[in-house]
Write a protein that binds this ligand. Structure first.
Ligand code: GUN
Length: 286
């Protein structure tokens, strides 16, 4: 039996339709959600991401402001831009595109973003709220993974979820979100002993390690849902996930491709966060 391929683009398009309906409703109430994206320097991949975010805003009727700053921008100058956006009532979400040039302290910049406008979910207050289960803006990629699992018709409660990877951006918040959905959660990482054995117990396997095709069928329980967060550029220019898709196809029950799986969800969840933040800023129930 071949696994069901999870079509991230289709799910993302469906959520965007729902979000367009939401922004239309908000506009009737005089509210236009606003997102500011700050790009420092000329990183080509970052430029592509920022362009995609701007396009999504236009599609959804979200006010978008893109602030492009030269690579030599000082930390003080960047912090002043963040402060101005914190004060700007037309802006509900602030995203400073990472990575930043080396001379700028990323943590200082993330900490300066008002938590109510932290649509990346990277601020320590957002992370803390996630840990204790309070309402919070959620990191976009893990939030997108939860949507993909739910919209594939897979119940999370009571399942054993194994997350491979422990980054602050994906692995750790992913584990917390799965816990919030009542999964039994195990986190594996580069120092884990017997990773294969542990992964093989997973009903839900989420992989975010940044190593192309590192996870094959020997890590997969028959029928499991396998979510591949990895995006790796191979020498031939092609993209590959962290999971060996073809190898796992006959073992997994559901599997995400790369590209076209988790990737299309991330920006859509950023839009969801911006709309949530706008609702909260205007006292509209979320
Ligand atoms: N660079 C790559 N992915 C991301 C992301 O999700 N947020 C930000 N701020 N920068 C990124």
């Amino acid at each position: 039996m071949s696994a069901q391929r999870i079509e991230g683009k289709k799910v993302s398009d469906q959520i965007r339709e729902e979000l367009i309906a939401e922004t239309n409703k908000l506009k009737e109430q005089g509210v236009t959600p606003g997102l500011a994206v700050v790009l420092v320097g000329e990183d080509p991949a970052s430029k592509v991401y920022v362009g995609a975010k701007e396009k999504a805003c236009v599609q959804l009727g979200i006010h978008s402001e893109v602030i492009k700053l030269p690579a030599e921008t000082s930390e003080e100058e960047l912090l002043a831009v963040v402060e101005r956006l914190n004060q700007d009532a037309a802006i509900n979400g602030i995203l400073v595109q990472l990575p930043l040039p080396r001379h700028i302290n990323e943590k200082a910049v993330i900490d300066a973003i008002l938590p109510a406008k932290d649509v990346d979910g990277f601020h320590p207050q957002s992370v803390g709220n996630l840990v204790i289960g309070d309402d919070s803006l959620l990191p976009c990629t893990p939030a997108g993974v939860i949507e993909l699992i739910k919209r594939s018709g897979v119940d999370i409660a009571g399942k054993h979820a194994v997350v491979i990877g422990r980054s602050n951006i994906v692995g750790k918040p992913m584990a917390l979100l799965l816990l919030r959905e009542h999964a039994t959660v195990t986190i594996c990482h580069s120092r884990t002993a017997n990773m294969e054995e542990i992964a093989k117990q997973a009903d839900i396997l989420v992989v975010a390690i940044g190593k192309p095709k590192a996870i094959g069928k020997s890590f997969v329980k028959p029928g499991a849902i396998v979510i591949d967060v990895g995006v790796n550029r191979l020498e031939d220019g092609k993209l590959a996930g962290d999971v060996d898709f073809d190898d796992c196809l006959d073992t997994a029950g559901f599997i995400t491709p790369v590209p076209g799986g988790v990737g299309p969800m991330t920006i859509t969840m950023l839009m969801t966060n911006t709309i949530h933040a706008a609702k909260r800023a205007n006292g509209i129930g979320v």
